[in-house]
Design a protein around this ligand. Structure first.
Ligand SMILES: Cc1ncc(C[n+]2csc(CCOP(=O)(O)OP(=O)(O)O)c2C)c(N)n1
Ligand code: SF4
Length: 319
């Protein structure tokens, strides 16, 4: 028998990934498990970026720690992988110093609402300028499936082998009560709705929050015997009810219960930066000098040098 050697076709061009404008293709393959819901949300984000016409230079993306916390590493923008629970305070700094950019926090429910919970409510209360995207898989996935502040009652976790008896937080309720100016929730199969919400929220100012209920196929689904990640994705989608006018009392999520989704809040409230400038202008009058002159002095006297840096005039400072 003769064996014909098949040579690879080196002339064939490998097509570019359709989302390569926003993804760091040199970091692929990513670490996420098959049928995990996180990747879908990143795809939606890339589509939303395309729809807004924003370039990667116009945004920052910051994550904390966790499986979702890896998002920042795969996004081709100025992206930051911060310590656990600190994506929001890090972004507060970014938003105050670069109000001309769009700032996005992309992280998990454990990172944002457990260790980072205090930062979350205060950033919402102050209406800090950022879009927070939270992938809620009801568990601490990266560390092996411990109980999270979102784990539904009776769901099992490594630290709740007989099922949880703690009341979980409803994340939109928390965001609404704390004062967020945009709040939406979808499941990971609501691809067009997520993309539309992200597109809309990217164009607003103030504290904007989007929760995406997504399966952790490897840990949460397996421990709770809920089938594959795809089964769980379908389950969440099919058991969701769209109600944009839902009251906060309807937003709790039980174990494998119905999930109320929609855009619950979309209101105009002055952002932290805008309120600050307005306040000082009123109180100090002409004495107030906002950093709009094009140059901002950075006091580095402790290191023996003074440096000036370009700043950008924004509607926040001007108005
Ligand atoms: C100060 C600190 N405490 C604990 C940890 C361990 N830790 C890493 S990720 C994580 C939970 C992540 O959960 P979540 O944000 O829901 O992300 P997921 O992995 O589910 O996407 C924890 C507790 C840590 N890295 N740093
Ligand atoms: S452990 Fe769970 S959340 Fe993490 S990548 Fe795998 S499926 Fe996704």
């Amino acid at each position: 028998m003769t064996v014909t050697e098949v040579k690879p076709d080196t002339t064939r061009k490998i097509p570019e990934h359709p989302k390569s404008l926003l993804l760091r293709m040199d970091r692929m393959p990513h670490i996420w498990c098959s049928r995990c819901g996180i990747g879908i949300t990143v795809g939606c984000f890339a589509s939303a970026m395309e729809k807004t016409g924003l370039s990667p230079d116009d945004i920052t993306v910051t994550s904390g720690i966790g499986c979702t916390g890896r998002v920042a590493g795969y996004v081709k923008a100025d992206s930051f992988h911060t310590t656990h629970g600190r994506a929001i305070p890090f972004t507060v700094g970014l938003a105050l110093t670069r109000p001309d950019l769009k700032h996005v926090v992309f992280s998990g429910d454990g990172d944002l609402i457990s260790i980072g919970g205090n930062h979350f409510i205060h950033a919402a209360r102050r209406n800090q300028n950022m879009l927070v995207i939270c992938v809620n898989n009801f568990t601490y996935a990266m560390t092996g499936g411990q109980l999270a502040p979102t784990t539904p009652v009776t769901a099992r976790a490594t630290t709740a082998p007989y099922g949880s008896f703690e009341r979980p937080f409803s994340l939109p309720t928390l965001a609404i009560s704390a004062g967020a100016s945009y709040v939406a929730r979808w499941t990971s199969l609501h691809i067009r709705r997520i993309t539309d919400s992200m597109t809309e929220a990217l164009q607003r100012r103030g504290f904007r929050f989007i929760e995406i209920i997504a399966p952790c196929s490897t840990i949460y689904a397996r421990r709770n015997k809920l089938g594959t990640g795809l089964d769980l994705m379908k389950y969440y989608y099919e058991n969701s009810v769209i109600d944009h006018n839902a009251s906060v009392d309807d937003l709790d999520i039980g174990f494998q219960s119905k999930i109320v989704v929609g855009k619950f809040v979309d209101k105009d409230r002055p952002s932290y930066g805008k309120s600050m400038h307005e306040h000082f202008r009123k109180v100090l009058g002409n004495k107030y000098q906002p950093p709009v002159s094009g140059k901002m002095e950075i006091d580095k006297s402790w290191s023996g040098c003074t440096e000036s840096q370009d700043t950008t005039v924004t509607d926040e400072v001007q108005s």
